[in-house]
Design a protein around this ligand. Structure first.
Ligand SMILES: O=CC(=O)O
Length: 335
């Protein structure tokens, strides 16, 4: 060992090299906390390499046993096939639409995810977007900051939250948290999901169009899959009606975005609060110009606190995998 301990440290690393983990694109948890994560693992940064992705993957094919991924980073069949030693994908996301789960199942690759870690934070944003859209908080902010208050003094009225009939689409952990928050405001909750839930007494609709026809607000909390893609279509939006609001904290593609834009522009629905979009980070320009739409940059999931909890979960899952222990938050692929 030399006087600054360098050789000793190098020597230890040679004896116990850090496990290698592939990162295709850096998730927010990596951007904010790379220093902590890098103490435990050696990250292969595909996005940082001059090599085209396939060549990068081929170069590291036999040393990659685990991938760290996130909600807007596809893990495709091609990627999985180029990595014969792959045994685990840890996504920092609660949604799984970006991962080819069928290929994982076929290849026996395990998947770990964020589970319900973000549910409370996402529900907070859903309620925030709803209150903002109803009471025009962002529109009021623009009205004041653009100097219009002083000039005209006439800002249009918002509408009351209490007593509103709110339809939740997808009563999983996020939907339940949304319902829990809106009940004390005096909202009447209705819901639609794959199955009726015995744990709640909210009226259940098996059909989303019927739900829309019977409520004044639709809050989208379900996952994106083949059954839910564009499930909020023209028919559903028209059923929601001219006074209806739509809030989306699920995935952009659950709504037919083009149709929603048209309905908003033509007054077929009253407004929207959106954290997610079909083609992020692209947001249709029409939405940006509408005063009855509140926009948020897909950040419902992340607060400083949950990002720290996510660091622990990511490390816990990777450590479990590399020491042959059960994952902390596995996705049940056989379901
Ligand atoms: O949208 C983010 C997530 O699915 O966690």
């Amino acid at each position: 060992m030399d006087c600054n301990g360098y050789r000793q440290e190098n020597h230890d690393q040679n004896l116990f090299p850090k496990p290698k983990v592939l990162v295709l694109e850096p998730p927010p948890v990596f951007i904010y906390h790379e220093d902590i994560l890098s103490q435990k693992f050696h990250f292969l940064k595909a996005w940082d390499s001059p090599l085209p992705l396939d060549q990068f993957l081929t170069t590291h094919a036999h040393s990659v046993q685990a991938i760290l991924s996130h909600g807007s980073c596809p893990v495709t069949t091609n990627t999985i096939r180029l990595l014969p030693s792959l045994g685990l994908i840890v996504t920092t996301s609660a949604g799984l639409d970006q991962i080819d789960l069928q290929e994982c199942r076929r290849r026996g690759v395990s998947v770990a995810y964020a589970g319900s870690l973000f549910s409370a934070d996402v529900a907070d944003i859903a309620v925030g977007l709803l209150i903002d859209a109803l009471r025009k908080i962002s529109a009021g902010n623009r009205y004041v900051t653009q100097g219009l208050w002083a000039n005209s003094g006439d800002f249009s009225l918002g509408s009351k939250l209490g007593g509103r009939k709110v339809g939740i689409v997808g009563l999983g952990s996020i939907g339940l948290e949304v319902g829990k928050r809106l009940e004390p405001f005096g909202c009447n909750i209705l819901y639609c999901s794959r199955n009726k839930k015995s744990s709640v007494s909210y009226p259940y609709y098996s059909n989303v169009c019927e739900l829309a026809a019977n409520c004044e607000v639709l809050i989208i909390c379900c996952e994106l899959n083949d059954q839910t893609r564009h499930v909020i279509n023209k028919e559903v939006l028209l059923a929601l009606g001219k006074k209806g609001l739509i809030i989306n904290v699920g995935r952009g593609a659950i709504i037919d975005e083009q149709e929603m834009v048209r309905c908003l522009m033509q007054g077929e629905i009253a407004g929207a609060g959106l954290d997610v979009f079909e083609n992020e980070p692209h947001v249709p320009s029409e939405l940006i110009s509408l005063d009855n739409v509140v926009l948020s940059p897909h950040r419902a999931v992340h607060t400083e606190e949950t990002l720290m909890a996510l660091v622990d979960l990511v490390i816990g899952n990777l450590e479990a995998f590399f020491s042959n222990k059960p994952l902390l938050s596995p996705v049940l692929l056989d379901e």
